[in-house]
Design a protein around this ligand. Sequence first.
Ligand code: SAH
Length: 459
Amino acid sequence: MLALPLSWPLENRQVVLIGAGAWATRKLTLLRRTPATLHLFAPLADLADALPRWPQPAELADAALIIVAFEDRAMAEKGAALARTSRAPLNVVDFPDLSDFHVPAIIDRGSLSIGVATGGTAPVLARETRRKIEAAVPPSETHVAAFATALSPRLREIFPNTDDRRRVWETLLQSPAAEVARTGRIDEALALALSHIDAPRTGVVHLVGAGPGDPELLTLKALRLLSEADVIVYDRLVGDGIMDLARRDADRFYVGKERSNHSVPQAQIHELLVEQARLGKRVVRLKGGDPFVFGRGGEEVEALRQAGIDVHITPGVTAALGCAASAAVPLTHRDHAQSVTFITGHAKDGDSENNPLMLDWSALSAPHHTLVVYMGVATAKIISDKLMSHGRMPDTPVLVIENGTRRNERRMQVSLCTLADALHATPPEGPALVIIGEVAGLYQDTAAAVITETLRINA
Ligand code: SAH
Protein backbone atom coordinates (compact mmCIF):
# COMPACT_ATOMS: atom_id res chain seq x y z
CA MET A 1 0.00 0.00 0.00
CA LEU A 2 1.55 3.28 -1.09
CA ALA A 3 -0.93 5.50 0.70
CA LEU A 4 -3.41 5.13 3.49
CA PRO A 5 -6.91 6.27 2.43
CA LEU A 6 -7.91 8.03 5.66
CA SER A 7 -11.27 9.59 6.29
CA TRP A 8 -11.45 13.14 7.55
CA PRO A 9 -14.63 14.36 9.23
CA LEU A 10 -15.35 17.92 8.14
CA GLU A 11 -18.29 18.92 10.28
CA ASN A 12 -17.51 22.28 11.95
CA ARG A 13 -14.20 22.43 10.09
CA GLN A 14 -12.84 25.06 7.77
CA VAL A 15 -11.46 24.15 4.40
CA VAL A 16 -9.59 26.68 2.25
CA LEU A 17 -9.61 26.42 -1.54
CA ILE A 18 -7.22 28.59 -3.52
CA GLY A 19 -7.47 28.20 -7.27
CA ALA A 20 -8.61 29.06 -10.74
CA GLY A 21 -10.41 27.58 -13.71
CA ALA A 22 -11.89 24.16 -14.23
CA TRP A 23 -9.68 22.44 -11.65
CA ALA A 24 -10.82 24.75 -8.90
CA THR A 25 -14.45 24.45 -9.98
CA ARG A 26 -14.27 20.67 -9.83
CA LYS A 27 -12.80 20.72 -6.31
CA LEU A 28 -15.39 23.24 -5.25
CA THR A 29 -18.17 20.92 -6.39
CA LEU A 30 -16.65 18.14 -4.31
CA LEU A 31 -16.11 20.30 -1.23
CA ARG A 32 -19.68 21.63 -1.39
CA ARG A 33 -20.89 18.07 -0.81
CA THR A 34 -19.15 18.07 2.59
CA PRO A 35 -20.34 19.90 5.71
CA ALA A 36 -17.11 21.98 5.89
CA THR A 37 -17.17 25.77 6.06
CA LEU A 38 -15.47 26.85 2.84
CA HIS A 39 -13.14 29.79 2.37
CA LEU A 40 -12.52 30.46 -1.31
CA PHE A 41 -9.76 32.50 -2.86
CA ALA A 42 -9.55 33.11 -6.62
CA PRO A 43 -6.55 35.31 -7.44
CA LEU A 44 -7.61 35.41 -11.09
CA ALA A 45 -11.08 36.54 -10.03
CA ASP A 46 -12.74 33.80 -12.11
CA LEU A 47 -14.60 31.94 -9.37
CA ALA A 48 -18.05 32.95 -8.15
CA ASP A 49 -18.40 33.41 -4.37
CA ALA A 50 -14.61 33.54 -3.96
CA LEU A 51 -12.50 36.45 -2.73
CA PRO A 52 -10.68 37.69 -5.85
CA ARG A 53 -7.19 37.68 -4.34
CA TRP A 54 -4.56 35.51 -2.60
CA PRO A 55 -5.28 34.78 1.07
CA GLN A 56 -3.48 36.40 3.99
CA PRO A 57 -1.59 33.95 6.23
CA ALA A 58 -4.01 34.77 9.08
CA GLU A 59 -6.88 33.58 6.88
CA LEU A 60 -5.28 30.14 6.67
CA ALA A 61 -4.43 29.68 10.34
CA ASP A 62 -7.60 27.81 11.36
CA ALA A 63 -7.95 25.68 8.26
CA ALA A 64 -8.35 21.95 8.74
CA LEU A 65 -7.30 21.36 5.13
CA ILE A 66 -6.04 23.50 2.28
CA ILE A 67 -6.51 22.69 -1.38
CA VAL A 68 -4.67 24.56 -4.11
CA ALA A 69 -5.99 24.09 -7.67
CA PHE A 70 -4.22 25.79 -10.59
CA GLU A 71 -3.32 24.25 -13.92
CA ASP A 72 -0.30 26.54 -14.05
CA ARG A 73 2.62 25.15 -12.04
CA ALA A 74 4.00 28.58 -11.08
CA MET A 75 0.61 29.63 -9.69
CA ALA A 76 0.31 26.27 -7.91
CA GLU A 77 3.72 26.76 -6.34
CA LYS A 78 2.82 30.24 -5.18
CA GLY A 79 -0.42 28.90 -3.62
CA ALA A 80 1.50 26.06 -1.96
CA ALA A 81 4.09 28.46 -0.51
CA LEU A 82 1.30 30.55 1.00
CA ALA A 83 -0.43 27.44 2.33
CA ARG A 84 2.80 26.43 4.04
CA THR A 85 2.42 29.39 6.39
CA SER A 86 -0.36 27.28 7.96
CA ARG A 87 0.07 23.89 9.57
CA ALA A 88 -2.96 22.51 7.75
CA PRO A 89 -2.30 19.52 5.49
CA LEU A 90 -2.11 20.58 1.87
CA ASN A 91 -3.25 19.10 -1.41
CA VAL A 92 -2.07 20.71 -4.63
CA VAL A 93 -4.26 19.31 -7.38
CA ASP A 94 -2.27 17.20 -9.86
CA PHE A 95 1.07 18.11 -8.27
CA PRO A 96 1.65 15.26 -5.82
CA ASP A 97 5.21 16.45 -5.14
CA LEU A 98 3.81 19.65 -3.62
CA SER A 99 1.14 17.86 -1.60
CA ASP A 100 0.85 16.32 1.86
CA PHE A 101 -2.19 14.29 0.90
CA HIS A 102 -4.03 13.22 -2.22
CA VAL A 103 -7.76 13.12 -2.72
CA PRO A 104 -8.83 9.59 -3.71
CA ALA A 105 -11.40 8.80 -6.38
CA ILE A 106 -14.63 9.03 -4.41
CA ILE A 107 -17.92 7.19 -4.54
CA ASP A 108 -20.37 9.45 -2.77
CA ARG A 109 -23.26 7.73 -1.07
CA GLY A 110 -24.07 10.39 1.47
CA SER A 111 -22.65 9.52 4.85
CA LEU A 112 -21.12 6.47 3.20
CA SER A 113 -18.16 7.53 1.11
CA ILE A 114 -15.71 5.23 -0.56
CA GLY A 115 -12.25 6.38 -1.56
CA VAL A 116 -10.00 4.66 -4.06
CA ALA A 117 -6.36 5.61 -3.69
CA THR A 118 -3.26 4.73 -5.66
CA GLY A 119 -0.89 7.04 -3.85
CA GLY A 120 -1.19 9.47 -6.76
CA THR A 121 0.55 7.06 -9.13
CA ALA A 122 -2.34 5.81 -11.24
CA PRO A 123 -5.35 8.11 -11.16
CA VAL A 124 -6.90 6.47 -14.22
CA LEU A 125 -6.77 3.08 -12.54
CA ALA A 126 -8.40 4.66 -9.51
CA ARG A 127 -11.21 6.04 -11.68
CA GLU A 128 -11.71 2.69 -13.43
CA THR A 129 -11.95 1.00 -10.06
CA ARG A 130 -14.37 3.64 -8.89
CA ARG A 131 -16.60 2.88 -11.85
CA LYS A 132 -16.74 -0.78 -10.83
CA ILE A 133 -17.53 0.08 -7.23
CA GLU A 134 -20.19 2.58 -8.32
CA ALA A 135 -21.98 -0.32 -9.96
CA ALA A 136 -21.64 -2.56 -6.92
CA VAL A 137 -22.83 0.04 -4.41
CA PRO A 138 -26.06 1.41 -5.84
CA PRO A 139 -27.18 4.99 -5.14
CA SER A 140 -29.89 3.60 -2.84
CA GLU A 141 -27.09 2.91 -0.34
CA THR A 142 -27.20 6.66 0.30
CA HIS A 143 -30.53 6.09 2.03
CA VAL A 144 -29.19 3.16 4.02
CA ALA A 145 -26.25 5.32 5.05
CA ALA A 146 -28.63 8.10 6.14
CA PHE A 147 -30.62 5.55 8.14
CA ALA A 148 -27.44 4.23 9.79
CA THR A 149 -26.22 7.74 10.59
CA ALA A 150 -29.54 8.68 12.17
CA LEU A 151 -29.66 5.48 14.20
CA SER A 152 -26.06 5.55 15.34
CA PRO A 153 -26.36 7.82 18.44
CA ARG A 154 -29.39 5.89 19.69
CA LEU A 155 -27.58 2.57 19.33
CA ARG A 156 -24.58 3.94 21.19
CA GLU A 157 -26.92 4.77 24.04
CA ILE A 158 -28.63 1.39 24.13
CA PHE A 159 -25.48 -0.69 23.57
CA PRO A 160 -22.48 0.98 25.17
CA ASN A 161 -20.42 -2.15 24.52
CA THR A 162 -18.76 -2.04 21.09
CA ASP A 163 -19.12 -5.75 20.39
CA ASP A 164 -22.80 -5.76 21.26
CA ARG A 165 -23.31 -2.77 19.01
CA ARG A 166 -21.44 -4.38 16.13
CA ARG A 167 -23.65 -7.42 16.36
CA VAL A 168 -26.81 -5.32 16.39
CA TRP A 169 -25.61 -3.46 13.32
CA GLU A 170 -24.89 -6.71 11.55
CA THR A 171 -28.45 -7.83 12.16
CA LEU A 172 -30.01 -4.45 11.43
CA LEU A 173 -28.32 -3.98 8.08
CA GLN A 174 -29.77 -7.29 6.91
CA SER A 175 -33.18 -6.58 8.42
CA PRO A 176 -36.45 -5.42 6.87
CA ALA A 177 -35.72 -2.00 8.39
CA ALA A 178 -32.72 -1.62 6.08
CA GLU A 179 -34.91 -2.63 3.13
CA VAL A 180 -37.42 0.07 4.00
CA ALA A 181 -34.56 2.57 4.33
CA ARG A 182 -33.27 1.59 0.90
CA THR A 183 -36.51 2.87 -0.62
CA GLY A 184 -35.92 6.25 1.01
CA ARG A 185 -38.50 5.92 3.81
CA ILE A 186 -35.94 6.71 6.51
CA ASP A 187 -38.34 7.62 9.34
CA GLU A 188 -40.35 4.50 8.85
CA ALA A 189 -37.14 2.45 8.78
CA LEU A 190 -35.93 4.03 12.01
CA ALA A 191 -39.19 3.30 13.80
CA LEU A 192 -39.07 -0.28 12.61
CA ALA A 193 -35.47 -0.72 13.71
CA LEU A 194 -36.10 0.74 17.15
CA SER A 195 -39.19 -1.37 17.79
CA HIS A 196 -37.00 -4.33 16.99
CA ILE A 197 -34.17 -3.31 19.28
CA ASP A 198 -36.24 -2.26 22.25
CA ALA A 199 -37.94 -5.64 22.43
CA PRO A 200 -36.45 -7.51 25.40
CA ARG A 201 -33.75 -9.91 24.36
CA THR A 202 -34.46 -13.55 24.96
CA GLY A 203 -31.57 -15.71 25.96
CA VAL A 204 -30.54 -18.89 24.28
CA VAL A 205 -28.25 -21.78 25.15
CA HIS A 206 -26.07 -23.55 22.61
CA LEU A 207 -24.64 -26.90 23.61
CA VAL A 208 -21.48 -26.92 21.58
CA GLY A 209 -19.06 -29.77 20.99
CA ALA A 210 -15.47 -28.61 21.44
CA GLY A 211 -13.97 -31.79 19.99
CA PRO A 212 -11.30 -33.88 21.68
CA GLY A 213 -8.74 -31.13 22.19
CA ASP A 214 -7.05 -29.95 19.01
CA PRO A 215 -8.62 -26.52 18.33
CA GLU A 216 -8.52 -27.23 14.61
CA LEU A 217 -11.10 -29.95 15.15
CA LEU A 218 -13.72 -27.38 16.12
CA THR A 219 -16.51 -26.99 13.61
CA LEU A 220 -16.90 -23.63 11.86
CA LYS A 221 -20.21 -23.26 13.65
CA ALA A 222 -18.62 -23.86 17.05
CA LEU A 223 -16.04 -21.22 16.21
CA ARG A 224 -18.70 -18.71 15.24
CA LEU A 225 -20.80 -19.36 18.34
CA LEU A 226 -17.70 -18.97 20.52
CA SER A 227 -16.93 -15.64 18.92
CA GLU A 228 -20.51 -14.43 19.48
CA ALA A 229 -21.15 -15.75 22.99
CA ASP A 230 -21.95 -13.51 25.96
CA VAL A 231 -21.33 -16.35 28.38
CA ILE A 232 -19.29 -19.52 28.05
CA VAL A 233 -19.66 -22.41 30.45
CA TYR A 234 -16.87 -24.93 29.97
CA ASP A 235 -15.14 -27.75 31.77
CA ARG A 236 -11.89 -29.61 32.07
CA LEU A 237 -12.36 -31.61 28.88
CA VAL A 238 -12.20 -28.49 26.72
CA GLY A 239 -8.71 -28.50 25.25
CA ASP A 240 -6.13 -25.79 25.79
CA GLY A 241 -6.20 -23.14 23.11
CA ILE A 242 -9.92 -23.47 22.45
CA MET A 243 -10.95 -20.85 24.97
CA ASP A 244 -8.40 -18.52 23.34
CA LEU A 245 -10.67 -18.53 20.30
CA ALA A 246 -13.66 -17.34 22.30
CA ARG A 247 -14.92 -13.79 22.38
CA ARG A 248 -12.60 -11.94 24.70
CA ASP A 249 -15.15 -10.14 26.79
CA ALA A 250 -17.50 -13.10 27.19
CA ASP A 251 -18.14 -14.10 30.82
CA ARG A 252 -16.48 -17.45 31.45
CA PHE A 253 -17.62 -20.03 33.95
CA TYR A 254 -15.40 -23.01 34.65
CA VAL A 255 -17.44 -25.92 35.90
CA GLY A 256 -14.41 -28.18 36.10
CA LYS A 257 -15.72 -31.76 36.33
CA GLU A 258 -13.26 -34.53 36.81
CA ARG A 259 -14.07 -38.20 37.31
CA SER A 260 -15.37 -38.70 40.87
CA ASN A 261 -14.55 -35.06 41.56
CA HIS A 262 -17.43 -33.08 40.08
CA SER A 263 -16.38 -29.60 41.15
CA VAL A 264 -19.78 -28.28 40.14
CA PRO A 265 -22.69 -30.71 40.45
CA GLN A 266 -24.74 -31.18 37.30
CA ALA A 267 -27.82 -29.58 38.90
CA GLN A 268 -25.85 -26.41 39.54
CA ILE A 269 -24.68 -26.34 35.94
CA HIS A 270 -28.33 -26.51 34.88
CA GLU A 271 -29.16 -23.63 37.21
CA LEU A 272 -26.30 -21.56 35.88
CA LEU A 273 -27.36 -22.11 32.25
CA VAL A 274 -30.99 -21.25 33.02
CA GLU A 275 -30.05 -18.19 35.05
CA GLN A 276 -27.72 -16.77 32.39
CA ALA A 277 -30.18 -17.43 29.57
CA ARG A 278 -32.92 -15.68 31.58
CA LEU A 279 -30.69 -12.62 31.72
CA GLY A 280 -31.05 -12.53 27.95
CA LYS A 281 -27.54 -13.81 27.28
CA ARG A 282 -26.30 -15.94 24.47
CA VAL A 283 -24.88 -18.83 26.42
CA VAL A 284 -22.48 -21.37 24.99
CA ARG A 285 -22.22 -24.55 27.00
CA LEU A 286 -18.94 -25.86 25.63
CA LYS A 287 -18.40 -29.56 26.11
CA GLY A 288 -15.47 -31.81 25.27
CA GLY A 289 -16.00 -34.01 22.21
CA ASP A 290 -19.64 -34.18 21.23
CA PRO A 291 -22.31 -32.92 23.65
CA PHE A 292 -24.47 -36.01 23.11
CA VAL A 293 -21.82 -38.69 23.53
CA PHE A 294 -21.38 -39.40 27.25
CA GLY A 295 -21.54 -35.68 27.83
CA ARG A 296 -24.78 -35.37 29.82
CA GLY A 297 -25.97 -33.10 27.02
CA GLY A 298 -29.31 -34.88 27.09
CA GLU A 299 -29.85 -33.92 30.73
CA GLU A 300 -28.96 -30.32 30.02
CA VAL A 301 -31.44 -30.18 27.14
CA GLU A 302 -34.19 -31.54 29.41
CA ALA A 303 -33.42 -29.03 32.14
CA LEU A 304 -33.39 -26.12 29.71
CA ARG A 305 -36.59 -27.21 28.00
CA GLN A 306 -38.29 -27.51 31.36
CA ALA A 307 -37.25 -23.96 32.12
CA GLY A 308 -38.66 -22.89 28.74
CA ILE A 309 -35.29 -21.88 27.33
CA ASP A 310 -34.40 -22.14 23.70
CA VAL A 311 -31.62 -24.70 23.24
CA HIS A 312 -29.60 -25.63 20.15
CA ILE A 313 -26.97 -28.29 19.63
CA THR A 314 -23.73 -28.06 17.66
CA PRO A 315 -22.06 -31.44 17.31
CA GLY A 316 -18.38 -32.01 17.88
CA VAL A 317 -15.79 -34.63 17.04
CA THR A 318 -16.22 -37.20 19.76
CA ALA A 319 -13.11 -38.59 21.50
CA ALA A 320 -13.43 -41.98 19.82
CA LEU A 321 -13.22 -40.45 16.38
CA GLY A 322 -10.54 -37.93 17.31
CA CYS A 323 -8.33 -40.51 19.01
CA ALA A 324 -8.77 -43.11 16.28
CA ALA A 325 -7.83 -40.56 13.64
CA SER A 326 -4.88 -39.32 15.60
CA ALA A 327 -3.50 -42.84 16.05
CA ALA A 328 -4.47 -43.78 12.47
CA VAL A 329 -6.47 -46.73 13.77
CA PRO A 330 -9.66 -47.37 11.80
CA LEU A 331 -12.61 -48.17 14.06
CA THR A 332 -14.09 -50.43 11.39
CA HIS A 333 -12.20 -52.32 8.74
CA ARG A 334 -13.49 -54.80 6.16
CA ASP A 335 -11.05 -57.43 7.44
CA HIS A 336 -11.05 -56.75 11.17
CA ALA A 337 -14.22 -55.17 12.50
CA GLN A 338 -17.70 -54.85 11.04
CA SER A 339 -19.15 -52.89 13.92
CA VAL A 340 -18.13 -50.52 16.67
CA THR A 341 -19.69 -49.76 20.03
CA PHE A 342 -19.00 -46.80 22.29
CA ILE A 343 -19.52 -47.62 25.95
CA THR A 344 -18.93 -45.78 29.18
CA GLY A 345 -16.95 -47.42 31.95
CA HIS A 346 -18.60 -45.13 34.43
CA ALA A 347 -21.72 -46.23 36.26
CA LYS A 348 -24.36 -43.60 36.98
CA ASP A 349 -23.68 -43.28 40.68
CA GLY A 350 -19.95 -43.51 40.15
CA ASP A 351 -19.54 -46.68 42.17
CA SER A 352 -18.86 -49.37 39.61
CA GLU A 353 -17.59 -51.96 42.10
CA ASN A 354 -20.96 -52.32 43.81
CA ASN A 355 -23.02 -51.26 40.85
CA PRO A 356 -21.64 -53.27 37.95
CA LEU A 357 -21.94 -51.79 34.49
CA MET A 358 -25.24 -52.86 33.03
CA LEU A 359 -24.08 -53.95 29.62
CA ASP A 360 -24.75 -56.85 27.31
CA TRP A 361 -21.35 -58.45 27.77
CA SER A 362 -21.95 -61.38 25.42
CA ALA A 363 -22.72 -59.04 22.55
CA LEU A 364 -19.74 -56.82 23.37
CA SER A 365 -17.41 -59.81 23.51
CA ALA A 366 -18.03 -60.89 19.93
CA PRO A 367 -14.95 -61.06 17.72
CA HIS A 368 -14.48 -58.62 14.81
CA HIS A 369 -16.12 -55.94 16.83
CA THR A 370 -14.49 -52.75 18.10
CA LEU A 371 -15.26 -51.56 21.58
CA VAL A 372 -14.39 -48.00 22.53
CA VAL A 373 -14.52 -47.33 26.24
CA TYR A 374 -14.96 -43.78 27.53
CA MET A 375 -14.15 -43.11 31.18
CA GLY A 376 -12.87 -46.64 31.40
CA VAL A 377 -9.57 -46.32 33.24
CA ALA A 378 -10.93 -46.92 36.74
CA THR A 379 -13.05 -49.85 35.63
CA ALA A 380 -10.60 -51.35 33.14
CA LYS A 381 -10.19 -54.48 35.23
CA ILE A 382 -13.92 -55.12 35.50
CA ILE A 383 -14.35 -54.52 31.79
CA SER A 384 -11.50 -56.74 30.63
CA ASP A 385 -12.52 -59.55 33.01
CA LYS A 386 -16.12 -59.39 31.81
CA LEU A 387 -15.08 -59.46 28.16
CA MET A 388 -12.71 -62.40 28.65
CA SER A 389 -15.21 -64.36 30.68
CA HIS A 390 -17.71 -63.86 27.86
CA GLY A 391 -15.31 -65.20 25.27
CA ARG A 392 -13.13 -62.32 24.08
CA MET A 393 -9.58 -63.65 23.55
CA PRO A 394 -7.04 -62.52 26.20
CA ASP A 395 -4.61 -61.46 23.47
CA THR A 396 -7.13 -59.15 21.81
CA PRO A 397 -5.21 -55.95 21.00
CA VAL A 398 -6.00 -52.84 23.01
CA LEU A 399 -4.89 -49.28 22.44
CA VAL A 400 -5.07 -46.75 25.26
CA ILE A 401 -4.95 -43.14 24.11
CA GLU A 402 -4.46 -40.41 26.64
CA ASN A 403 -4.97 -36.73 25.75
CA GLY A 404 -5.86 -37.71 22.21
CA THR A 405 -5.28 -35.02 19.52
CA ARG A 406 -3.51 -32.83 22.06
CA ARG A 407 0.15 -31.96 22.12
CA ASN A 408 0.74 -34.26 25.08
CA GLU A 409 -1.01 -37.26 23.51
CA ARG A 410 0.29 -40.62 24.76
CA ARG A 411 -0.53 -44.06 23.43
CA MET A 412 -0.05 -47.46 24.92
CA GLN A 413 -0.61 -50.65 23.01
CA VAL A 414 -1.36 -53.69 25.20
CA SER A 415 -3.62 -56.71 25.14
CA LEU A 416 -6.89 -57.37 26.91
CA CYS A 417 -5.24 -59.53 29.59
CA THR A 418 -2.52 -56.98 30.38
CA LEU A 419 -4.68 -53.85 30.17
CA ALA A 420 -5.51 -53.50 33.87
CA ASP A 421 -1.93 -54.03 35.02
CA ALA A 422 -0.56 -51.65 32.40
CA LEU A 423 -2.99 -48.92 33.48
CA HIS A 424 -2.12 -49.60 37.09
CA ALA A 425 1.60 -49.30 36.33
CA THR A 426 1.30 -46.07 34.33
CA PRO A 427 -2.00 -44.46 35.22
CA PRO A 428 -3.07 -41.82 32.70
CA GLU A 429 -3.28 -38.30 34.07
CA GLY A 430 -5.42 -36.80 31.32
CA PRO A 431 -8.60 -38.11 29.75
CA ALA A 432 -7.99 -41.54 28.27
CA LEU A 433 -9.86 -43.72 25.85
CA VAL A 434 -9.55 -47.49 25.51
CA ILE A 435 -9.97 -49.06 22.07
CA ILE A 436 -10.43 -52.82 22.26
CA GLY A 437 -10.47 -55.09 19.24
CA GLU A 438 -8.61 -56.41 16.24
CA VAL A 439 -8.27 -52.91 14.78
CA ALA A 440 -6.11 -51.84 17.74
CA GLY A 441 -3.53 -54.27 16.37
CA LEU A 442 -3.23 -52.11 13.26
CA TYR A 443 -1.67 -49.36 15.30
CA GLN A 444 1.87 -48.66 14.23
CA ASP A 445 4.34 -46.84 16.31
CA THR A 446 8.08 -47.26 15.94
CA ALA A 447 8.58 -47.11 19.69
CA ALA A 448 5.92 -49.72 20.28
CA ALA A 449 6.82 -51.87 17.28
CA VAL A 450 8.28 -54.63 19.43
CA ILE A 451 5.22 -54.92 21.62
CA THR A 452 3.04 -54.80 18.52
CA GLU A 453 4.87 -57.77 17.05
CA THR A 454 4.45 -59.93 20.14
CA LEU A 455 0.80 -59.05 20.53
CA ARG A 456 -0.31 -59.23 16.94
CA ILE A 457 -2.91 -61.91 16.66
CA ASN A 458 -2.91 -64.43 13.86
CA ALA A 459 -5.69 -63.28 11.64
N1 SAH B 1 -18.52 -35.90 25.22
C1 SAH B 1 -17.17 -36.40 25.20
C2 SAH B 1 -16.95 -37.50 26.18
C3 SAH B 1 -17.10 -37.08 27.59
S1 SAH B 1 -16.81 -38.39 28.70
C4 SAH B 1 -16.84 -36.86 23.77
O1 SAH B 1 -17.73 -36.93 22.92
O2 SAH B 1 -15.67 -37.12 23.51
C5 SAH B 1 -15.15 -38.14 29.12
C6 SAH B 1 -14.29 -39.20 28.55
O3 SAH B 1 -14.06 -38.98 27.18
C7 SAH B 1 -12.91 -39.26 29.16
O4 SAH B 1 -12.93 -39.95 30.39
C8 SAH B 1 -12.16 -40.01 28.09
O5 SAH B 1 -12.45 -41.37 28.16
C9 SAH B 1 -12.80 -39.48 26.84
N2 SAH B 1 -12.02 -38.38 26.26
C10 SAH B 1 -12.41 -37.12 26.06
N3 SAH B 1 -11.45 -36.40 25.45
C11 SAH B 1 -10.42 -37.24 25.27
C12 SAH B 1 -9.13 -37.11 24.68
N4 SAH B 1 -8.72 -35.94 24.20
N5 SAH B 1 -8.32 -38.18 24.66
C13 SAH B 1 -8.73 -39.35 25.17
N6 SAH B 1 -9.94 -39.54 25.71
C14 SAH B 1 -10.78 -38.50 25.77
